[in-house]
Design a protein around this ligand. Structure first.
Ligand SMILES: Cc1cc2nc3c(=O)[nH]c(=O)nc-3n(C[C@H](O)[C@H](O)[C@H](O)COP(=O)(O)O)c2cc1C
Length: 445
């Protein structure tokens, strides 16, 4: 039987009968879960979220319940909640769908999470390139405020909470939670050093702060609605719930697919229609541009030694990790045999060089070097030793910077070379790439 989606968060999103306004949301049971939440104890909701094993959908896959449990509740300072709607990772476009098509689900998830964590002021940090999303959210918050789901003394409960939409200026680093916090405070978004600046203790305005991704917060509605036990039956242990995968690149039906764990073959063939006519899959970047590439013709091995093919990779947090990469922001970019691997890498390195915030020398300088070297591999003028130089140099970026962005240059470069060395070397020495469709802007000084 062909695999199918399981739409929990996107249940109504693409239906003709549904609009992003509050009327549609209320018609299909919207805010009923929040009303239920108001009858529960905040610590009970926090425990439910922990029990559900919900893992963050923003990148690292850290347990949402554990993150909430780390909040410094002994502090007399206010606790803040920030929804990370920066969605800056290349190949990722799921939060955009949730915001554009069902904004009240996010608002309900936020207000439940705020209530559960004694938060009275919440923020949505949205990137500038999502102007429509910001407008939709502002309108939706207005509607929710009118119905008193947001604001003072909500539904006569004595609990008050407001949500502010804050537009970023459009920078990749503002997706990193401490860079985001700096930006929200009106400063240059240089990520903060952890420790001491763990947001749960020293976050926004040096107060305890929770930062969660859009998709993570939307899931909270369903956990509280269904109860942790029922929710945890979706997916598999350690990978509970559904996940929205953004599939782009060389497949017949690119798009966003909300699924429970399934094999790569099921996702790429049953849902995405397989490769383009006459083409074969070459590989995939499974979790957004910064993640390590996987080869389609390679066999993989579990820790216990069981071999499995690319088609058999289980598309979830642990399945992709078992194949040697990470599910990151679930932005899956598919490459086929028409793609020049060096050209793809040059595109990626140019992006991270452009987006490095410049605070740490290894990332600022190293990403620029990577961009220049991969560009000359595409355009001619590369030297034979450039492949090793690139590999060694990028080995000194990830792990040597304040935030994990250093890995955004290290992981693509090293994995593309590990998996496709012969191709990268051929381009470097014989200029086989020949700048077929190469973007001239990449070789700007
Ligand atoms: C360089 C960098 C960029 C990031 N960009 C985003 C982003 O655009 N959206 C997001 O939700 N998380 C992003 N993250 C992860 C956040 O720092 C943070 O872990 C996440 O928002 C936590 O939410 P979650 O626990 O719900 O996943 C990024 C991390 C790094 C290091």
């Amino acid at each position: 039987m062909a695999a199918v989606e399981n739409r929990l968060l996107l249940k109504h999103a693409d239906e003709d009968y549904y609009s992003p306004g509050i009327d549609s949301y209320l018609e299909y049971g919207g805010y009923e879960t929040f009303k239920k939440a108001l009858t529960l104890k905040p610590e009970f909701i926090r425990e439910e979220v922990k029990e559900s094993n919900l893992r963050g959908r923003g990148g690292a896959g850290f347990s949402c319940g554990v993150k909430w449990s780390l909040v410094d509740r002994k502090s007399t300072k206010p606790i803040y909640l920030i929804c990370n709607c920066d969605e800056s990772e290349p190949g990722t476009f799921k939060d955009r769908q949730l915001v554009h098509k069902d904004p009240h689900q996010l608002i309900e998830g936020m207000i439940i999470s705020a209530f559960a964590n004694d938060v009275e002021q919440a923020f949505i940090y949205i990137r500038e390139e999502m102007p429509l999303g910001a407008k939709i959210l502002e309108k939706a918050i207005g509607e929710a405020r009118e119905k008193n789901f947001v604001g003072e003394n909500i539904l006569g409960s004595g609990y008050s909470c407001d949500i502010i939409v804050h537009r970023g200026a459009g920078a990749y680093i503002c997706g990193e939670e401490t860079g985001l916090i700096e930006s929200l405070e009106g400063k240059r978004p240089y990520p903060r050093i952890k420790p001491p600046f763990f947001p749960a203790v020293l976050g926004l305005y040096n107060c305890p702060t929770i930062v969660n991704n859009v998709e993570t917060l939307c899931n909270v509605v369903h956990i509280v609605k269904m109860g942790a036990d029922e929710y945890a039956k979706i997916g598999r242990p350690g990978n509970t719930g559904t996940r929205i995968w953004c599939v782009s690149g060389m497949v017949q039906k690119p798009g966003y697919y909300e699924i429970e764990p399934m094999s790569m073959r099921e996702l790429l063939y049953d849902l995405c229609g397989g490769p383009l006519p006459g083409r074969t899959f070459k590989g995939c970047v499974p979790g957004g541009g910064s993640m390590k590439i996987l080869r389609a013709d390679e066999s993989y091995r579990t820790k216990r030694g069981r071999e499995f093919t690319f088609d058999e990779i289980l598309v979830d947090f642990d399945g992709i990790q078992a194949a040697g990469s990470m599910s990151g922001s679930s932005g899956m970019m598919i490459l086929d045999d028409s793609v020049d691997i060096t050209e793809a890498l040059a595109n990626i390195t140019a992006f991270y060089a452009h987006e490095s915030c410049g605070q740490c020398t290894p990332c600022r300088e190293g990403s620029l070097w990577a961009k220049k070297i991969t560009a000359r591999m595409c355009t001619g003028g590369a030297r034979e030793e450039d492949v090793d130089l690139l590999y060694d140099m990028t080995g000194n970026i990830g792990g040597r910077t304040v935030c994990p962005m250093g890995y955004s240059t290290t992981w693509p470069v090293q994995s593309y070379i590990d998996k496709f060395r012969h191709e990268v070397e051929a381009n470097a020495t014989a200029n086989t790439c020949g700048m077929k469709s190469f973007d001239e802007r990449l070789i700007e000084k």
